[in-house]
Design a protein around this ligand. Structure first.
Ligand code: COA
Ligand code: AMP
Length: 633
C-alpha cells in the first residue's frame, strides 16, 4: 500500500480505517460504535469498547508467548547501574504495585500523581494506575514546587508516587523536599505518598502519610486488570498554554491504544520483538507515548535511559546505548543532537561503536533545523526523520511513514500528514490556503484516535483554545505551509509558547512568576533564539517606584525566583531592569518587536506605538548586556 492510498482511506472512510486498526487489539469488548459524539459534542472513538491499557501493554503479550522477551531495559550512567525486565517480570511488578495502590484506596477514576526521575519504577507506577483504571498524572522531575502545587490542586491525586532524588549528571537533586513544599502550598492534600528511596539520598518520611516503596508492597496481593471504557481517561498530562495555569491534557484509553500501536509500525517501522529507544523523559508526552506505552503495546523492547546525550560520560553516550542493545530506531529532540554535535563535531565518537543495528533516526519536540539534519544525515547515511506533534495529540500529526512507504525527506519539513489527520492551512478568516502560502496549521475535525477530547475539568478551555477560532477545525497553535509537493513545513508557534531544549514553556506563565517579585511593577518575558536550546527566555523588568535595591540584586532574585518556582528547566538566566517597556498607545507590550530586537532581525515599529524612544533605550540596553544576537557581536 502506498502512503497516498493509506492516507486517503483514513480521510474518506475514517470509521472503516480505524475499525480495522482497532481489531488488532485484545479488547475485553470489541467496539461496535466506532465514532460518536459525546455530551460535549466532541467526536469520540470506540465509545462502547472495553479494554485495559495495562493488559494490552503486558498481559496479552505473556498470553501470546512473549513472557520471556525483554520489555524494558533500564540503563543509568548517572548511577552506573543497569536492570532489565521481561514482560512477565514487568507485569508481576506492575500487578503488585497496583495492589499497593489499591490497598491505599486507589480505584478506577482516582488520580495518582507521579513525580519521578527516569527510573523504571516511574513506568511501573504508570502501568499500575492503568491496571486499576486509575488516572496518572506524571509531573516532569525538573519542575519546582510551584509547578507541582498547581498540578496537585488541579488533579487532586489520592496518592503521590515519588523518589528521594534525581541525578543530573553528577548533581544529586533531592525530590522529597520539593514534594513536601508543594503539598504544603497546595489546597488539596493527597492521602499518601509512596517514596522510592534511592541510595544517593534518604528522604525523610512523614509518619502516617508517607510510605517507602518496599513498605507499600508488604502483604499486598497482585491486582487484576480493571475493564474500562475506551473513552475513560488513562492519564492527565499538563502542558503550557498561552497564559494562566498549565492545562491538563486528557488522554483516553481506547483511542490512545489503537493510535499508538498503529504508529509503531506505520511511522517507526518497528515490529514486535525489536528494540526501540525514545531518549526523552517520562515527564513529557514523548516519554508517555514512546518510552512507556507504544513500545509495550506493540510487543517491543523499550530503553529507559537515565542520562544525558553528553557528559554521561561523553558525547558517545547515545551511540553506546544503541550499540549495546541493538536499537533499531532512536527518537530524540534536535537539541540533544545539537549538544552532541557541539562536543563531537566530526562524529568521532560515532565511529567507536558498531551501529549497524540502527535503521532510522526520528526527531521531534521542536523544528529540526537543517544544519542538524544535514549533520546527522551525512554522519549516518540513514533516514533522518523529522516529525511534528504535540502533547495534545499524543502522536505525530505529520511524519514520513517509514513502515508504510518511506518517501524522500526534505530539510526543514516534517513530510506528510499522518493518516487520520486532515491537515489544512487556514488564513485569518478560516479559509483554506493553497500550497505555498503560510497560515495557521489546523486539523479538520474529527481528530483521529489518541488526541485529547478535553482539558481536565475545564472543557470550555478546550473549546476556546482549540476549536472556537475556526469552527470545524482544531487549531494547533503552530504556523506553517505545504510546499508544491505537499510537504508540510512547521515554522513555529503563533502564540506565547516557547520551546526550550525541547521543553514546552509559556512566556505568560513565566511572566506571572516574574511579576510576583515584590519589586516588579510589570514585565515581559520573551523567547530568543539559542544555538543549542532552540529558544531561551529573557525577562525585562520595570520596577515599582521607590525600590531601593540595586538593579543587579533584583535581577538575580528574579532569576532565582523562577528557578525556585518553575524549575531549572525554564533556563531563565538573564533578567534586565529597563526604564520602560515598549507599548502601543492602548498599552499592549510589543513582545514580538522585543523578540526581533534580541534576535537581531529587522522590524517595523507599528503606527500605534506609544513612544518610539523606548525601543531605542531597550535596544541599547540589550546591546550593552549582550542579549541574544548581541552576544555574537
Ligand atoms: N530534574 C531536575 N533538574 C533537571 C531535570 C530533571 N529531570 N532536567 C533538567 N534539569 C535541570 C538541569 O540540570 C539544568 O540545571 P542547571 O541550570 O542547574 O544546569 C536545567 O534543568 C536545564 O536543563 P536542560 O535544558 O536539560 O539543560 P542541560 O544543559 O542540562 O542539557 C540538553 C541540555 C540539550 C543535553 C538537554 O536539554 C536534553 O537532552 N534535551 C532533550 C530534551 C528532550 O528530550 N525533550 C523531550 C522531547 S523529545
Ligand atoms: P509539546 O507539546 O511539548 O510536544 O510541544 C509541541 C510543540 O513543539 C508544537 O506545537 C511545536 O511548536 C513544537 N514541535 C514539536 N515537534 C516539532 C517539529 N517536528 N517541528 C516543528 N515544531 C515542533
Amino acid at each position: 500500500m502506498s502512503y497516498q492510498q493509506e492516507y486517503q482511506r483514513s480521510i474518506d472512510h475514517p470509521e472503516d480505517f480505524w475499525r480495522d486498526k482497532a481489531s488488532t487489539l485484545a479488547w475485553f469488548k470489541q467496539p461496535q460504535t466506532i465514532l460518536a459524539n459525546d455530551d460535549n459534542g466532541i467526536a469520540r472513538w470506540f465509545v462502547d469498547g472495553e479494554l485495559n491499557t495495562c493488559f494490552l501493554a503486558l498481559d496479552t503479550h505473556i498470553e501470546n508467548g512473549r513472557g520471556d522477551q525483554l520489555a524494558l531495559i533500564y540503563d543509568s550512567p548517572v548511577t552506573d547501574s543497569k536492570r532489565q525486565y521481561t514482560y512477565r517480570e514487568l507485569r508481576d511488578e506492575v500487578a503488585l504495585f497496583a495492589g499497593a495502590l489499591a490497598k491505599l484506596g486507589v480505584a478506577k477514576g482516582d488520580r495518582v500523581l507521579v513525580y519521578m526521575p527516569m527510573v523504571p519504577e516511574a513506568a511501573i507506577a504508570m502501568l499500575a494506575c492503568a491496571r486499576l483504571g486509575a488516572v496518572h498524572s506524571v509531573v516532569f522531575g525538573g519542575f519546582a514546587p510551584g509547578e507541582l502545587k498547581v498540578r496537585i490542586d488541579d488533579a487532586e491525586p489520592k496518592v503521590v508516587v515519588s523518589a528521594s532524588c534525581g541525578i543530573e549528571v553528577q548533581r544529586v537533586i533531592p525530590y522529597k523536599p520539593m514534594l513536601d513544599a508543594a503539598i504544603d502550598l497546595a489546597e488539596h492534600k493527597p492521602g499518601n505518598c509512596i517514596i522510592l528511596q534511592r541510595e544517593q539520598v534518604q528522604a525523610e518520611l512523614e509518619p502516617g502519610r508517607d510510605l517507602e516503596w518496599q513498605q507499600a508492597l508488604e502483604g499486598v496481593e497482585p491486582a487484576d486488570c480493571v475493564p474500562v471504557l475506551a473513552t475513560d481517561p488513562l492519564y492527565i498530562l499538563y502542558t503550557s498554554g498561552t497564559t494562566g495555569a498549565p492545562k491538563g491534557i486528557v488522554r483516553d484509553n481506547g483511542g490512545h491504544a489503537v493510535a499508538l500501536k498503529y504508529s509503531m509500525k506505520a511511522i517507526y517501522d518497528i515490529n514486535p520483538g525489536e528494540v526501540f529507544w525514545a531518549a526523552s523523559d517520562v515527564g513529557w508526552v514523548v516519554g508517555h507515548s514512546y518510552i512507556v506505552y507504544a513500545p509495550l503495546l506493540a510487543g517491543c523492547t523499550s530503553i529507559f535511559y537515565e542520562g544525558k546525550p553528553v557528559k554521561t560520560p561523553d558525547a558517545g553516550a547515545f551511540w553506546r546505548v544503541i550499540s549495546d542493545y541493538k536499537v533499531k530506531a532512536v527518537f530524540s529532540a534536535p537539541t540533544a543532537f545539537r549538544a552532541i554535535k557541539k562536543e563531537d563535531p566530526e562524529g568521532e565518537m560515532v565511529r567507536k561503536y558498531d551501529l549497524s543495528c540502527l535503521k532510522t533516526l526520528f526527531l521531534a519536540g521542536e523544528r529540526l533545523d537543517p544544519p542538524t539534519y544535514e549533520w546527522l544525515r551525512d554522519l549516518f547515511k540513514l533516514p533522518v526523520i523529522d516529525h511534528w506533534w504535540q502533547t495534545e495529540t499524543g502522536w505525530a500529526i505529520a511524519a514520513n511513514l517509514t513502515g508504510v512507504e518511506a518517501v524522500p525527506t526534505k530539510p526543514g519539513s516534517a513530510t506528510y500528514p499522518v493518516p487520520g489527520y486532515h491537515v489544512c492551512i487556514l488564513d485569518e478568516e478560516g479559509n483554506e490556503l493553497p500550497r505555498g502560502e503560510q497560515g495557521a496549521i489546523s486539523v479538520k475535525l474529527p481528530m483521529p484516535p489518541g488526541c485529547l477530547p478535553t482539558i481536565w475539568r475545564d472543557h470550555s478551555r478546550y473549546v476556546n483554545g482549540y476549536l472556537k477560532q475556526f469552527p470545524g477545525y482544531y487549531v494547533s497553535g503552530d504556523g506553517g505551509y505545504f510546499d508544491e509537493d505537499g510537504y508540510l513545513f512547521v515554522m513555529g508557534r503563533t502564540d506565547d509558547v516557547i520551546n526550550v531544549a525541547g521543553h514546552r514553556l509559556s512566556t505568560g506563565e513565566l511572566e506571572e512568576v516574574v511579576g510576583s517579585h515584590a519589586a516588579v511593577a510589570e514585565c515581559a518575558v520573551i523567547g530568543i533564539n539559542d544555538d543549542l536550546k532552540g529558544q531561551i527566555p529573557v525577562a525585562l523588568l520595570c520596577l515599582k517606584d521607590g525600590v531601593d535595591k540595586a538593579d543587579a540584586d533584583i535581577e538575580a532574585e528574579v532569576v532565582q525566583l523562577v528557578r525556585d518556582t518553575t524549575g531549572a528547566v525554564a533556563c531563565l538566566r538573564q533578567a534586565l531592569v529597563v526604564k520602560r517597556l515598549p507599548k502601543t498607545r492602548s498599552g499592549k507590550i510589543l513582545r514580538a518587536i522585543l523578540h526581533k530586537i534580541a534576535d537581531g532581525e529587522e522590524y517595523k515599529a507599528p503606527s500605534t506605538i506609544d513612544d518610539p524612544v523606548v525601543l531605542q533605550e531597550v535596544t541599547e540596553l540589550m546591546s550593552a548586556r549582550k542579549v541574544g544576537s548581541f552576544a555574537k557581536g
